[in-house]
Ligand binder design. Structure first.
Ligand SMILES: NC(=O)c1ccc[n+]([C@@H]2O[C@H](COP(=O)([O-])OP(=O)(O)OC[C@H]3O[C@@H](n4cnc5c(N)ncnc54)[C@H](O)[C@@H]3O)[C@@H](O)[C@H]2O)c1
Length: 410
């Protein structure tokens, strides 16, 4: 097996995880890290040291790096969300395959530009939605395709986490809708719970003959916040897909615990449940099974899958730009439908002091979430006192997102 040559752009923040994965692959003899680009290397000495120790050269400017290392196979992009599109397109133009962090971009027009660039330059672009690669999730998709629960009718994703004030103050774009004049749309489903919504979309299409021809028909969503941010920390999204499957997503970042997000698939003859803790269950007639997998580091699956795809045109990417397109469509439809991110009045919010920060919680939603998500209803339909009904948005020929007027003034 040949060694692949990689480069990394962005070593701070989540880039440190990429440094770990790269070093693991170097240790296993599968990879050489030729170079890395970071504008603020002084702030990330640990990652800087680890990379230079394995022979990687540091650059400030990523284009300069790529011009100096034409033999690189692929480039990992772990920079802030708004930079994903311009950097990915430039990297592909310069002749390299890409592994870009999730979300690939926040508007459907940007994702479509990235898809066009990937096709024009013949370069693979994997999105680091690493939760698509776990064995429990892959088994659920295989069982679904094999008819384990009959015809798929409904997909429900639930993510209940908490994020403290320190999370929102860690970087300039956290909690922002627009940052430096560019859309960021940072919130439940665009950032921390993006994997849950993306996996819901992947599961909703998985049993269809032509997976990439299934699209959302309509979206209806409600967005709220308990923190003083522009984006949402509480959301619910209902979607009807063109194959008839209903997809419901529920997210909150103000739960007292960090529970494992999960997805429930309901079919004509049973149901399956997949959870972030690498477990999945099948419940269909006499078949009651629980499977637990020891998955290791999911991110290395995304790397290995891309490396395989670089040399084998028939290898499908686990999370291609095309496969993530429905996720971005639904996310854009959610803003179009909600039109605003509404404040949840302080009377419903509990603020807890932590050692060096504080966290805001919404106990009334934590309590009712199991009932609401099982019923497949929106928060306003559950008559939560702070919830406001929204309109359904037709997504059948949706190709361009602009932030609704009320949100541009947030
Ligand atoms: N896959 C996951 O589970 C997961 C988890 C967390 C974050 N993320 C994603 O990781 C990405 C990075 O998030 P973050 O919180 O680390 O962001 P961040 O703001 O901390 O930025 C990451 C690094 O990129 C560097 N950078 C920015 N522009 C650059 C450029 N042009 N050239 C070189 N370096 C540049 C910054 O200096 C910083 O060190 C985001 O897309 C986020 O959504 C993914």
């Amino acid at each position: 097996m040949r060694k692949y040559r990689a480069a990394l752009i962005g070593i701070g923040g989540f880039g440190a995880r990429h440094v770990e994965v790269l070093l693991q692959l170097v240790n296993e003899g599968e990879m050489e890290v030729a170079a890395f680009a970071e504008m603020n290397a002084a702030a990330h000495q640990e990652s800087y040291g680890k990379l230079t120790e394995v022979g990687a050269s540091h650059y400030i400017d990523y284009e300069e790096m790529l011009k100096a290392h034409p033999d690189i196979d692929f480039v990992v992009i772990s920079t802030p969300i708004a930079t994903h599109k311009p950097i990915s397109i430039r990297v592909m133009e310069l002749g390299f395959h890409v592994l870009v962090e999730k979300p690939p971009a926040v508007t459907i027009q940007d994702v479509d530009e990235m898809i066009a660039a990937s096709q024009k330059h013949g370069k693979r672009c994997q999105v680091n939605f690493q939760m698509t690669s776990g064995n429990a999730f892959r088994k659920m998709l295989t069982e679904l395709r094999n008819g384990a629960i009959g015809e798929l009718r409904q997909v429900t994703g639930v993510g209940m986490w908490h994020r403290a004030q320190s999370y929102y103050s860690r970087t300039g774009w956290a909690g922002k809708l627009i940052f430096n004049g560019q859309y960021v749309l940072d919130g439940t489903f665009m950032n921390p719970l993006a994997h849950t919504l993306n996996n819901c979309q992947i599961a909703a299409c998985a049993a269809s003959e032509d997976v990439l021809s299934v699209h959302p028909q309509w979206v209806q969503a409600e967005l709220y916040h308990v923190n003083d941010i522009e984006g949402d920390d509480v959301s619910c999204i209902q979607t009807r897909m063109s194959n008839g499957v209903e997809v419901n997503f529920y997210g909150m970042l103000c739960h007292h615990l960090n529970d494992h997000p999960y997805i429930v698939l309901r079919g004509s003859s049973g149901e399956m449940r997949w959870q972030y803790d690498h477990t999945m269950t099948i419940s269909s007639g006499d078949r009651q099974e629980k499977h637990t997998f020891d998955d290791g580091d999911l991110m290395s699956n995304m790397y290995r899958n891309l490396m395989d795809a670089i040399d084998n045109p028939e290898t499908e990417l686990l999370a291609s730009l095309q496969a993530c397109r429905n996720y971005v469509l639904v996310a854009n439809g959610a803003y179009e439908s909600a039109k605003k991110v509404r404040d949840i009045p302080r009377q419903y919010v509990v603020e807890e002091q932590l050692p060096e920060t504080s966290v805001r919680l919404l106990p009334s939603l934590s309590e009712r979430m199991p009932h609401i998500s099982n019923a497949g209803i929106l928060y306003s339909q559950a008559k939560l006192p702070w919830a406001v009904a929204t309109d359904r948005i037709d997504m059948t020929d949706y190709r361009h997102f602009e932030l609704p007027e009320a949100l541009r003034q947030a």
